[in-house]
Design a protein around this ligand. Structure first.
Ligand code: HEC
Length: 473
């Protein structure tokens, strides 16, 4: 039966959509109708597929997951091994079409429930509205987290709700349209004792709002006392001579590694290709990952730690727009994502003094498909451990820790903006042993963090929300 399907599928590529439809109808009638009935209304052996809402969510993604993985401890087996991915997709489309033809009760299933390989997960919307373009989140404790907002806000979640008491006296950010703005936030590893909070944001010394004013990503730390940002210290600020006019792609992500170094990224600010190879120049800030001590001083073993012609904070270079950095909980390897051009999103291992090659080498092309570079590799330049073509618009990165998601412990989560996903990768050094999409279609996933409660916390844009993911089985 399966072979017959294969041959038909080949044939099918040449034929019209009507045939596609009858193809999936055949498939459904052969494999599924026995239990779910040919009108999808169900039999004693299988539930109705028309009832609203479906137990495991009503999206294409949730449906195809239910079909692929089956429903544990029921006669609904996982079809992932018997059917091809496109067959499962077409079955999900088919069921959704049939459901759309039937008048539905409008009833958003909240919380959403989705099947993944190892867990049935529950997705709760913790902050449904009130934030504008949230970018980064970090937790003070179980009951409190800070969230940056692109326009320059610092939001606070207190006891599972958006706190409406504003935090004042924040640094002035240089934000226009979707360019620059307030970006990442991280708390000092000793925050309970010293109160330090680190922020990255785009800055112009001119103080104007003119998008063509010269600017750069700036790193500061400060404290919050009585709802005010106070005691600010500047940790990284570029000299006027190397500011960029009209830049895009400012970065930026933070990581504290377990030795206490602070890493941050600055994007290439579009100063590659057209304007030179700035990510390759050691006196320029664009397209770099920096490493400093928490007070802004420079580790002597930074690659240019002793070089007066270079920016001494540089740790690695030749990156485009690093928006995720995470350290493996067990072996200390640091992974980072690089938001690439079309077809060139990357996951890399971060190494002291390494050049990741942008824009000399890349797997991507320009958005209009014109060639950026004929080279995908070159001596002295690092290769990604994974690249995505098509690009998913890769963004944040975080490792799973704790017992709550025991089966995912030490797995790497990476997020996608355009594809609206969280992917879970089982990694072993350079090797990716497994990759699964565990969330899709709930917004552009800007940041992901494991909270003090060990749940997966997710910031999305469009819609601007804070989500919390926990396993329910
Ligand atoms: C042996 C019987 C059987 C067959 C064959 C079968 N299913 Fe199921 N299916 C079930 C049962 C029983 C459930 C309900 C499980 C539950 O209630 O937890 C189910 C549930 C589902 C669900 C989830 C419904 C919900 O509420 O979310 C989907 C989707 C589904 N089946 C699709 C399919 C498709 C597509 C096929 C064919 C490839 C198929 N099933 C074949 C028995 C079957």
């Amino acid at each position: 039966m399966i072979d017959l399907q294969k041959n038909k599928l080949l044939f099918l590529l040449l034929l019209c959509p009507w045939f596609l439809f009858s193809q999936v109808l055949d498939l459904y009638n052969q494999q599924c109708a026995g239990c779910h009935a040919s009108d999808l209304k169900g039999t004693p052996a299988g539930s109705s597929l028309l009832e609203s809402p479906l137990k495991y969510g009503d999206s294409h993604f949730a449906l195809s997951k239910s079909i692929e993985l089956g429903i544990k401890e029921t006669p609904m087996i996982g079809w992932g091994e018997l059917l091809k991915k496109d067959q499962i997709d077409s079955l999900a489309d088919f069921i959704l079409k049939k459901r759309a033809q039937k008048p539905q009760k409008i009833q958003e299933a909240s919380p959403q429930i989705i099947m993944t390989k190892d867990y049935k997960i529950k997705i709760e919307i913790i902050i449904p509205d009130g934030m504008t373009h949230p970018w980064g989140i970090d937790f003070v404790n179980e009951n409190m987290a800070y969230i940056t907002g692109h326009k320059g806000e610092l939001y606070r979640m207190t006891n599972g709700k958006l706190d409406h008491v504003p935090i004042k006296n924040l640094p002035e950010v240089f934000a226009y349209d979707m360019v620059g703005g307030m970006m990442d936030i991280i708390l000092d590893p000793n925050h309970p004792k010293n109160g330090w909070i680190y922020l990255s944001y785009s800055y112009t010394p001119t103080g104007t709002k003119d998008p063509y004013a010269p600017g750069m990503t700036k790193i500061v730390r400060g404290k919050i006392k009585h709802n005010r940002w106070v005691e600010q210290q500047t940790l990284f600020e570029a000299a006027d001579s190397i500011l960029v006019k009209g830049g895009k792609r400012w970065g930026s992500r933070f990581l504290f590694d377990r030795k206490g170094y602070l890493y941050f990224s600055i994007g290439d600010m579009q100063q590659s290709v057209q304007s030179g190879n700035n990510p390759q120049l050691k006196h320029r800030a664009e397209g770099k990952v920096f490493r400093i001590y928490p007070d802004g001083s420079i580790p002597i073993d930074n690659p240019y730690g002793n070089d007066n012609t270079a920016l001494k904070g540089i740790y690695a270079w030749g990156t485009r727009n690093v928006q995720g950095i995470a350290q493996h909980p067990k072996n200390d390897i640091i992974y980072f994502t690089d938001h690439g051009p079309r077809g060139g999103d990357e996951i890399n291992l971060l190494q002291n003094g390494a050049n990741y090659g942008w824009p000399i080498i890349s797997y991507g092309v320009n958005y209009n498909k014109s060639i950026i570079t004929p080279y995908t590799e070159k001596e002295g330049m690092e290769q990604p451990i994974r690249y995505y073509d098509p690009s998913i618009a890769i963004c944040a990165a975080e490792f799973v820790i704790g017992d709550l998601f025991k089966k995912w412990e030490n797995d790497l989560l990476v997020t996608a903006l355009k594809y609206q996903e969280i992917r879970r990768l089982k990694v072993d050094g350079k090797n990716i042993l497994e990759e699964e999409i565990i969330l899709k279609g709930m917004g552009r996933v800007r940041d992901v963090k494991i909270g003090p409660d060990q749940a997966i916390w997710v910031l999305t844009n469009a819609p601007d929300q804070l989500l919390r993911i926990t396993p329910i089985e």
